[in-house]
Design a protein around this ligand. Structure first.
Ligand code: ADP
Length: 605
């Protein structure tokens, strides 16, 4: 029943063109050889609605048959003598199996290319291939609108249009200010008070002097940041108004002068967030991330010392203290997020509550732009959220980055390899059977996810992170190409807590002396039930818990549920039926905010 199988998997086919099944008999050479091969799309309306303007109409006119597969032409395959390895079961299913093709430019991080090659993808060759013969184009800069409009059903772009509204510091401030006005300060109090220059200059001056008066002899602190620059460039921290240099295209922000210090070093968190669609809104948060440290001790008496006040690794890796073994944090300037949470747990901090707040902050931030981003199909966006935690454990959003750095500067950065793998899993979650086969010598017939995982080199974060074994239902294919729902365990059993704590605190300098403890202990409220056991970070929203064997799956209006998890990516939005409903047919932000408010109230009660 190939037709019904394809009916159930229209969304997968959209994302994974090489999975297109021929209409009746197996078509080993693929649709490019056979004009008769068309994709039997179940709901034409649903499908075409996802396509870029123009293309959808053309498809409808043409009776909704998708253009023939334009992947790597067979001639090219033959020329290069690289035939994709076909599994027996795949051949019998009639699905086309070809290596996927990725496209890069000079700005693409090398780790992306290396991960894709490792997974058996081929690199797009402009000289030898048709312009449209690629599946994924990954680059650092955004795509032009025409590139989005012309994207083909089998292609994916790694940027969504309109996301600079979040990633420019001035735009972010304006959007969050608007949300605060609309929905109240209690929800949107996670961004430090911000003034956008030159428009807000007089407001800032008024605020500055009012605060001065209130504080008396105490000092107030401000940070001035170029709206468009990154990596700590052009930043100025000041307390005295005479040190403030006004410039256009800057924001002036309240400087968080009571950051959470670890071993007296300031740090911030880099949280990876992948939005796989804005319409309907679908947000995943990565359960691993980076903690970036300043490499000199925090000291408010010297605001000029970037190594003490800025946590950008681009700055700190060139500092004299970078290689030194520093109190508690060790050498270098990065920890993994799991090590950080483990550290917090060792101080009896409710790290789960902090993580929930971060999730909520991510959703609220993306909601600020979601209604106004242009519609675009076949694209996703990886964001890097920079979050500073203060000494009362309140998270503050500093900025949102598009194209967060994927360079591998130190051993901690190895998690970025896994991050890229997991992005590919997330985007192609339902089409993994084809992908990765060419590179894999190991066949895991029972789990297509395992098949891909088996290709991975380097550190596999699954193997050392404190996450519960999570099972979820994934679509799998029978020999007759029909879809079956099957529980797939994507995480290995977590190691015992003691072992994990050992691994994560592996460096000797992790252990604190009593004196150090006194200096570094964050001001915290102790949680009600101390727990040093493993933390299932995925299970944050009761209604979307991954704790159960088969997680609840919310059914989308395209008949496809957003997958609750891919690798370390966990779905954080939509998080229940109400928010799912409110994200369809136009985004009902007010309704979503109500649900978030309810969650917040529950957490506080
Ligand atoms: P950039 O895009 O240049 O990295 P960020 O806004 O991320 O700009 O700021 C760089 C660094 O400056 C942050 O990583 C953080 O250490 C520090 N910083 C930025 N804003 C604040 C703030 N409001 N309070 C305290 N520290 C801040």
């Amino acid at each position: 029943m190939i037709v019904s199988a394809v009916r159930n998997t229209a969304a997968q086919a959209r994302q994974h063109p090489t999975r297109q099944a021929c209409s009746s008999t197996p078509c080993p050479a693929g649709p490019s050889r056979s004009p008769a091969c068309t994709l039997n799309v179940p709901s034409e309306a649903n499908y075409t609605e996802q396509l870029p303007a123009g293309l959808g109409a053309r498809l409808q006119e043409a009776g909704v048959s998708i253009p023939p597969w334009r992947g790597r032409p067979t001639s090219t395959l033959e020329k290069k003598k690289r035939k994709p390895q076909l599994m027996e079961e795949d051949e019998s299913s009639g699905a086309l199996l070809k290596p996927l093709v990725f496209r890069v430019d000079e700005t693409t991080p090398p780790v992306v290319q290396s991960v894709l090659l490792e997974r058996g993808w081929n690199k797009f060759d402009e000289q030898e291939q048709n312009a449209e013969d690629w599946n994924l184009y990954w680059r650092t800069s955004s795509f032009r609108m025409t590139e989005h409009i012309n994207v083909k059903p089998w292609q994916q772009l790694n940027h969504h249009p309109g996301t600079t509204k979040l990633t420019r510091k001035d735009c972010l401030a304006k959007h969050l200010k608007h949300m605060r006005r609309m929905y109240g300060t209690s929800l949107y109090q996670f961004i430090p008070l911000t003034f956008v220059m030159p428009n807000d200059y007089t407001k800032f001056v008024a605020e500055y002097f009012q605060e001065r008066q209130m504080l008396g002899t105490k000092r107030s602190y401000w940070i001035c940041k170029p709206a468009e620059l990154s990596r700590g460039r052009g930043i100025l921290i000041f307390s005295d108004f005479k040190d403030f240099i006004v410039d256009d295209m800057y924001i002036v922000q309240k400087y968080i002068s009571n950051p959470l210090l670890i071993g007296r070093y300031k740090c911030d968190l880099r949280i990876y967030v992948c939005v796989t669609g804005f319409k309907p809104l679908t947000i995943y948060v990565y359960q691993e991330g980076l903690v970036r440290f300043a490499t000199e001790k925090f000291d408010l008496s010297n605001l000029q010392n970037n190594y003490a006040h800025l946590t950008n690794s681009s700055i700190n890796k060139s500092g004299a203290s970078y290689e030194k073994i520093k109190e508690v944090i060790g050498h270098g300037c990065k920890w993994t997020l799991s090590r950080f949470f483990s550290y917090l747990r060792s101080w009896d901090v409710d790290d789960l509550l902090l993580w929930k707040k971060i999730h909520r902050m991510v959703i609220l931030t993306i909601l600020a732009i979601a209604p106004s981003v242009p519609s675009a199909a076949n694209c996703f966006e990886l964001f890097g959220f920079d979050i500073l935690i203060d000494d009362s454990l309140k998270p503050w959003l500093l900025e949102v980055n598009c194209s967060p750095a994927l360079t591998l500067d130190c051993s901690t950065d190895v998690l970025k390899r896994k991050l890229v793998h997991d992005i590919i899993d997330l985007i192609y979650l339902n089409g993994l059977r084809n992908e990765g086969r060419e590179a894999s010598n190991t066949t895991h017939r029972n789990s297509n996810i395992d098949a891909v995982k088996s290709d991975r080199g380097g550190l596999d974060a699954h193997d050392c992170l404190p996450y519960e074994s999570l099972s979820f239902t994934s679509r799998m294919y029978n020999k007759d190409d029909s879809v079956v729902e099957k529980a797939v365990s994507v995480h290995p059993q977590a190691a015992p807590a003691s072992q994990l704590e050992g691994e994560m605190s592996g460096q000797e300098d992790f252990h604190l002396s009593t004196k150090e403890m006194a200096q570094s202990k964050p001001k915290i409220r102790s949680r009600h039930t101390p727990h040093k056991t493993l933390m299932p970070y995925a299970s944050l929203f009761q209604s979307h818990s991954c704790k159960t064997k088969t997680s609840p799956r919310v059914i989308s209006d395209h008949g496809k549920a957003p997958d609750p998890q891919a690798g370390n990516f966990v779905l954080v939005f939509p998080f229940n039926e109400a928010t799912l409903g409110a994200s369809r047919n136009g985004l009902n932000v007010k309704r979503i905010i109500q649900e978030l408010q309810k969650l917040m109230n529950k957490q506080h009660s």
